[in-house]
Design a protein around this ligand. Sequence first.
Ligand code: TXA
Ligand code: MG
Length: 334
Amino acid sequence: MQPMKTEISTDVQKAVELLSAGEIVAIPTETVYGLAANALDPDAVSKIFDAKERPHFNPLIIHLSDAGLLNKYVSEIPPKALDLIAKFWPGPLTLVLPKNKVIPDTVTAGKSTVAVRVPAHPVAQALLKRLDFPLAAPSANLFGQISPTLAEHVKKGLDGRICMILDGGKCDQGIESTIVAFDDDGTVVLLRPGSVTVQQLENCAGKIRFRTVNNIDPEAPGMLDRHYAPTTPAFLVEDPVQYFESLKSMKVGLLSFGPMDNLPANIEGLFLSAISDLQEASANLYEHLHLLDSLNCDILLLVKLPDFELGSSLNDRLKRAALSEIELKRHLLI
Ligand code: TXA
Ligand code: MG
C-alpha cells in the first residue's frame, strides 16, 4: 500500500465524493469513529480490511440513514426487531438479520446475515442522507487496538493508510453499539454488550438470551477475548491500593471510575467521571485509555466499574483490554 497524506476535515461534501468514487473515509458516529466504504462495492469494502489489517472472517456493520431503507437490504424483520427499531433507532443498537443478495459476501464474511444500524450522529446522518448506498464501517482503528472516539485517535492509528478523516468532534456514547441477533423463536440474543443496556433491551423486547462465544469461531469477533487493547501491559483490578507497595519502583498508569486521593508519586491517575456518572465514564473510556497508553508507563491498572447497567458494558471492554488480577499477581510475584 502506498502511504498517503491523511487529512482531518469537516467537509462532508468531500467525504461524499471520495466514498462515491470507491474510496474509504473515517467518519464520526455517536459510538466510535468508523472506517467507511460503499457497502455495495466489494472492492471499496476490501480496502477497509487492508487499511485496518482486519481478518476477512470478521464481518462488518452496515449503516443506513433511515430505518425505512432496511427492507432493501434484509429479507426478514422479526416482530421484536421492529420494537427495538422503534425504540432505539437512530442510535447505538445493531441488529443482525437475514441479508438479501444485494449485500456482498465481503461485507458479511460469507454469512447469511448482515449487521445493520442507523447512527444518530448528526454528521453521519448528513453524510448518509447524501449517499445512495449504505456504508459498511467497522471501528476506525487497527485490528485489536483501542477504538477511536476523536479524529486524532483515528489519525494516530491509521495515518498514511487513509486519505480523509471526517471530523465530527468527540463521540458522545464512547463505546461500540450493542449487537443483537434473533433466535428461531424470535427471542433477542445479545452478541455484544454496548451503549444500549440489557435492562433497556428487556424493557422493550422481553427476556433476552446471552450467546456464549469462543475465540475460535466468535459469533461477533468484537467478542474475542483480547480486543480494544492498549500496547502497555494492562490489568483489571477490583482494589488497586493493595498493589501500590509492590509497584513502587515502576511508573504506573491508573484508570478509576471516580477520583482517587493521595496517590503515590509514581502513579499517574486518571478518572472517568468526577461525579461517578456511568454515561460520562462511557464517553471518556477510550480517550483515557489512549492517553494512558501514550504516557510510557510500565504497567496500567484499570479499576473495575460498578457491574450494572452501562457499567457492565464498560467492564466488558476493560476485560478485553486487560489481563486479570491473577496474572498481575504472577507478574509481580506476589
Ligand atoms: O458502534 C459500532 O458498532 C461501531 C460504529 C462504527 O458503528 N462499529 C463497530 O464495528 O464496532 P466493528 O467492526 O468494530 O464491530 C462489529 C462487530 C464485530 O464483532 C463483528 O463480528 C460483528 O459486529 N458482526 C458483524 N456482522 C455480523 C453478523 N452477520 N453476525 C454476527 N456478528 C456480526
Ligand atoms: Mg472494532
